[in-house]
Ligand binder design. Structure first.
Ligand code: ADP
Ligand code: AMP
Length: 210
């Protein structure tokens, strides 16, 4: 099962991808996570992309496409994968067609009001990779990861000044992919407003019909 999770930042794509990964035993490939790992490890790519991520702009297509092309060559992607946050532009979607066959594109729909609430309350644990929300999914001990105990941080691009820009970038560059995949008959609409448990139930129902 080769899946794309599409939708605005903060729609819950990563949260649901973790559950789909556990239930269906397919890797969760988040381009945002891959770039953040490069930044954390101070690689050449990390140095190139840090300021872009912090501002909420998109990394150039060529670099992003090459990173995904290489990732999909790894053994764990052979029986399926979840692409989370890729493609984000029409050229990325066109390039993907040259190296992967997609079975379904889940489009997570969420109001702007909810997006802003989710992004501004999101907190992450860098080492464990776990994602929390100060109200909707708080850790057991405030400010600390349940798994690793490390301090939770706010992503620089979840600060108010970057959120507005990311939503504009999404509308301009990524939202056109909704029609692109609808025309190919691949689009599956997910109502991302309810709780993560309810969203996951919807997703499982849709995946059973794939
Ligand atoms: P995305 O991967 O689409 O950017 P995330 O999965 O990181 O989004 O979710 C954004 C924030 O919203 C996180 O803090 C997460 O804990 C929270 N969240 C995710 N899904 C839901 C949901 N269904 N209801 C409430 N909060 C949610
Ligand atoms: P995300 O974790 O999906 O919210 O992505 C965080 C940031 O990584 C984005 O705001 C972009 O700067 C960068 N990024 C992630 N995926 C892509 C992509 N497919 N194309 C370009 N930039 C990306």
């Amino acid at each position: 099962m080769n899946l794309i999770f599409l939708g605005p930042p903060g729609a819950g794509k990563g949260t649901i991808a973790v559950r789909v990964k556990q239930s269906y035993h397919i890797p969760h490939i988040s381009t945002g996570d891959l770039f953040r790992a490069h930044i954390h490890n101070k690689t050449e790519i990390g140095t190139q992309v840090q300021a872009i991520l912090d501002s909420g702009e998109l990394v150039p297509d060529e670099l992003t496409i090459e990173m995904v092309r290489q990732r999909l060559q790894e053994d764990d992607s052979r029986n399926g994968f979840i692409l989370d946050g890729f493609p984000r532009t029409i050229p990325q979607a066109e390039a993907l067609e040259d190296f992967a066959q997609i079975d379904g594109v889940l489009n997570f729909e969420l109001s702007k009001e909810s997006i802003v609430k989710r992004l501004s309350g999101r907190r992450i644990a860098k080492q464990s990779g776990k994602v929390y929300h100060i109200h909707y999914n708080p850790p057991k001990v405030e400010g600390k990861c349940d798994e690793s105990g490390e301090p939770l941080i706010q992503r620089p691009d979840d600060k108010p000044e970057a959120i507005e820009n990311r939503l504009e970038v999404y509308q301009r560059q990524t939202a056109p992919l909704i029609n692109y995949y609808a025309e190919k008959g691949l689009l599956i609409v997910i109502n991302a407003e309810p709780s993560a448990d309810e969203v996951f139930t919807q997703v499982k129902e849709k995946l059973e019909n794939l």
